[in-house]
Design a protein around this ligand. Sequence first.
Ligand code: ZN
Length: 235
Amino acid sequence: MHQTDSALVLFSGGQDSTTCLAWALRRYARVETIGFDYGQRHAVELTVRPAVLAGVRALAPEWDARLGEDHMVDLSVIGKLSDTALTSDVAIAMQENGLPNTFVPGRNLLFMTVAATLAYRRGLNVLVGGMCETDFSGYPDCRDDTMKALQVTLNLGMATRVKLETPLMWIDKKQTWQLAEESGGPALVELVRTGTHTCYLGERGALHDWGYGCGTCPACALRARGYREYVATKG
Ligand code: ZN
């Protein structure tokens, strides 16, 4: 346990950020959360978010004690500036530059910068995000180098010593399920499976073995494959 460090977790209500939240609750005496409303075309993530937070609190009394305020920030400016498959009603497709049109340019840079601004005010010195290089869609603002450069930039620009932690950076989706189990046991895995939302299309009809979702969008495909690989390792 880091008694002197306190963390702000970028928390969307999805699988990755819920796992990151549990990871942080095991490490830091004080943890707060920040979420962004940026004109996502499906607000499902935002509606499941409070229930997932309540579920995390209910998992352990010490987590409930460590978990502080939740902050929702309106970043609808992103949706106004950026016309992508995540913020408007167009089909998910590959673009000529090799990036899927779900890529919202600069989104994670803005998220981390806004989080750093809030952390400064709240006296929190660790920012935790679910960025991942391993089996994400090649989003350049999820790269480890991008996050390391941003950490330097933020600390120079704000005269702080904030640390950016990305526990999922080098693991795949199977290992993300495993990290949930390590962090919060089977109860957390169950909360991630049934409580969190990842699907790009906002589909929340039927519960599959890996959770809710359309089952075919890139986010569902990754989540489902990772879950089956995770279950297979358990024998
Ligand atoms: Zn889906």
